[in-house]
Ligand binder design. Sequence first.
Ligand SMILES: *Cc1c(COP(=O)(O)O)cnc(C)c1O
Length: 227
Amino acid sequence: MIADNIQQIIKQLPENVRLIAVSKTKPVEMLREAYDAGQRLFGENKALEMRDKHALLPEDIEWHFIGHLQTNKIKYIAPFVSLIHSIDSLALLQAVNKEAAKHNRVIDCLLQFHIATEETKFGLNLDEARQLLQSPEYQQLQSVRIVGVMGMASNTDDMDQVRREFANLKDIFDTLKQEFFAASDAFRERSMGMSGDYPVAIEEGSTLVRVGSAIFGARQYGVPVND
Ligand SMILES: *Cc1c(COP(=O)(O)O)cnc(C)c1O
């Protein structure tokens, strides 16, 4: 079933869009099933859960961290994480830089933007991102590389609103590209779209869709997870 779900989604993806299988809360056996179906990008939102799954699964998996990241937990994922989608402050970026340096790595990161109407979602606005990118502190960082933007649309059935929010994120990307990253080929990722809205996100320029329940089924919360 997991394999079928992945095939169904992959069929709809343009060539430049990659699928991240969001496996948070799901057991390793289900990730293994996705892996055996050819899936190589996995998304998790808890550092310890990601560390534990990484230890049990093949080395050629790309691990994407998509949740709110606490600075004291970066150390668990710094040795192997492929892309951190959720940078929303200079302090967090500095902390990632410090852990990456310990492993002689450069860790790729996305700036997370608040594009939804809900108050609860984390993220920067454009001016905050500009301030971050202009700061001398940011310019000193050698062990992180910003490769794009991430955002979550409002949790609503109003697909016109969702579309506007994704279009806004694409505008933010274009603005930052022009102002700060014109010379960087690496700055090219737009992480947007989940199970309920990834087709719209693709139409609005997503390059990374983060799909969980449409692959693995609904998540059950209330069960303690290791974080
Ligand atoms: C859980 C999660 C997803 C996947 O959500 P689904 O609706 O299950 O596809 C995507 N992005 C983030 C940041 C998440 O936390």
